[in-house]
Design a protein around this ligand. Sequence first.
Ligand SMILES: O=C([O-])CC(=O)C(=O)O
Length: 163
Amino acid sequence: MVDYVTPDLCDAYPDVRVMTPMFRNYGGRKSFGGQAVTVKCFEDNSRVKELLATPGKGKVLVVDGGGSLRCALLGDLIAASAVKHEWEGVIIYGCVRDVDALAQLDLGVQAINSMPMKSTRRGIGETGIRLSFGGVIIEDGDFIYADNNGVIVADQKLEMPAA
Ligand SMILES: O=C([O-])CC(=O)C(=O)O
């Protein structure tokens, strides 16, 4: 597991897209990165649950939840499924819950806040599409990196510069 340091990546790759600072780290992995798998859903985590139950090695699930603060799109059970399927992490423009349990998992999780109410699951949501939030565009297949400093997006895979 690579320890990504986003300030060092910004220095080495000044063209990266940097998200507006609004995410908090909720996962047990303070730093994570990989190829973006995109989801857009509003207050419905059907697609999040489905995707995190498929193989995720080298991948980061990027969820545009429309910034809703009314319910959580991820909790400890779905996050545990993500760990089992080897996802690197999940970035949610929306909320998570079960935050103390999330902090114990070997998974990166960044979201805008915590919310104890769960979302609905009516099968609504799109996957593999272009997202726009946090001041940047994220295409399915882009590369995304996150740590406690922030979240950055790039067209190609980034390597940590030699120390
Ligand atoms: O089930 C949900 O919708 C979210 C949740 O609490 C979990 O993943 O444990």
